[in-house]
Design a protein around this ligand. Structure first.
Ligand SMILES: CC(C)(COP(=O)(O)OP(=O)(O)OC[C@H]1O[C@@H](n2cnc3c(N)ncnc32)[C@H](O)[C@@H]1OP(=O)(O)O)[C@@H](O)C(=O)NCCC(=O)NCCS
Length: 361
């Protein structure tokens, strides 16, 4: 049985999240500090659905869906972004996830005529990818995920290491960066939000899956995740106007993440290593670009670093996900880090124009 999630489901959903480490290249256990409803409200038009055990007593699965006007091939159409799909380990391979997905898609169709649904799946999460494909989703794109490691990614550290010859590998990177722009940056304030919303709508005008933002929407996104406009860094031109902007979310504010295993290692080795994994909470910073000058990737790169530096040392790793066709992708080429992929899967009548970059909310 499927029904809409209710606020009183919050503790059961938090427990379900804990039992369902998302398995990509690494399995990460998530202990949420906010409930799913708080998390979901960062997306417009969000609601959750839960699957109940046969006797109706326990929640055995969930999915959330955010339905809102979305850019698809240059038009603004209602579409559903599905996220937080979880099924209790004891109830897997019985069609629970497929039923939840079908239900969320049907509600979006019936309520606002949304014919398109999409979702993001981290590389290596084969169960999730196969579930999506069985539900009629097609993998249309691989987004680039980059994990930037704090101290190492700072150009100052790179040049010092390069100069003393401690790390000759850094020299080509320094050359590639060339004259790293000395960028004046500052945290944003509430009064910046209208201009930031406008500039990011212009920047994403061609992107598929972008939902045009208002300053009110930006403010809601920030507030629901325990942030404020100060979590946005703005790069300024010499005249003081905004040249680029990006926001950061310290994952530790909303969840405690622990590595529970690495894909490829035998179970026994993972079990032996687990006390060691437990010693290192994963304090990551999620970075979202609002806009950046497409022809100056070094500005985008310098902005990401300026933002990251503010949250060091606790958030030693910054994670950023962009489409390879997004201009910000060129900025990532200039930064050191570990690369991965996030699969974008889509279901619907609209055949997605793959020459346009996609946006991940
Ligand atoms: C991914 C997940 C939601 C699937 O839930 P589920 O209820 O077991 O999925 P379904 O029973 O609806 O599976 C439908 C089909 O998907 C495929 N599939 C699902 N899990 C699979 C697995 N582990 N390996 C291979 N194929 C799988 C199968 O084709 C399956 O049909 P079949 O059982 O008739 O062969 C569940 O494994 C889970 O909660 N994982 C951890 C959290 C997570 O990664 N969430 C997704 C984030 S994007």
């Amino acid at each position: 049985m499927i029904r809409e999630a209710r606020p009183e489901d919050a503790p059961a959903l938090i427990e379900l999240e804990r039992l369902c480490p998302e398995m990509g290249r690494a399995a990460v256990r998530i202990d949420l500090r906010v409930d799913h409803f708080g998390l979901a409200s960062r997306y417009p038009g969000s609601r959750g659905y839960v699957a109940l055990a046969d006797d109706g007593s326990a929640i055995i699965g969930t999915v959330f869906s955010s339905v809102a006007p979305t850019q698809l091939n240059g038009r603004l159409l209602p579409a559903a972004y599905l996220f937080s799909l979880r099924v209790h380990p004891s109830y897997r391979r019985r069609g629970v996830a497929s039923t939840l997905i079908a239900h969320a898609c049907e509600r979006a169709l019936v309520e606002v005529g949304a014919l398109t649904a999409w979702a993001a799946i981290v590389e290596g999460n084969d169960a999730s990818l196969q579930t999506a494909e069985r539900s009629g989703f097609v993998r249309i794109r691989d987004l680039r995920a980059k994990i930037l490691l704090g101290g190492l990614a700072c150009p100052d550290t790179l040049s010092i290491l390069g100069r003393i010859g401690a790390c000759p590998d850094t020299l080509p990177i320094i050359r590639r960066i060339g004259a790293w722009p000395h960028l004046a940056t500052r945290p944003a304030s509430l009064s910046d939000l209208p201009a930031l919303a406008d500039a990011s709508n212009r920047f994403h005008a061609r992107h598929n899956f972008w939902r045009p933002k208002t300053s009110q929407r930006l403010q809601t996104e920030l507030e629901t995740l325990r942030r404020s406009p100060r979590d946005i860094e703005v790069a300024l031109t010499t005249e003081g106007t905004a040249l680029a902007a990006a926001s950061a979310l310290e994952v530790a504010r909303i969840a405690r993440l622990r590595l529970v295993g690495l894909r490829g290692l035998p179970n026994l080795v993972n079990r032996l290593l687990s006390p060691l994994f437990g010693l290192f909470p994963l304090n990551a910073l999620l970075v979202h670009h609002y806009f950046s000058p497409p022809d100056q990737p070094a500005v985008g790169a310098a902005l990401i670093q300026a933002l990251h530096r503010r949250y060091l040392p606790p958030s030693w790793a910054a994670i950023i996900v962009v489409d390879p066709l997004d201009p910000v992708s060129n900025a990532l080429d200039l930064l050191w880090g570990i690369s991965g992929r996030v699969h974008l899967v889509v279901k619907g009548d609209e055949s997605i124009d793959r020459s346009r970059p996609s946006y991940l909310p």
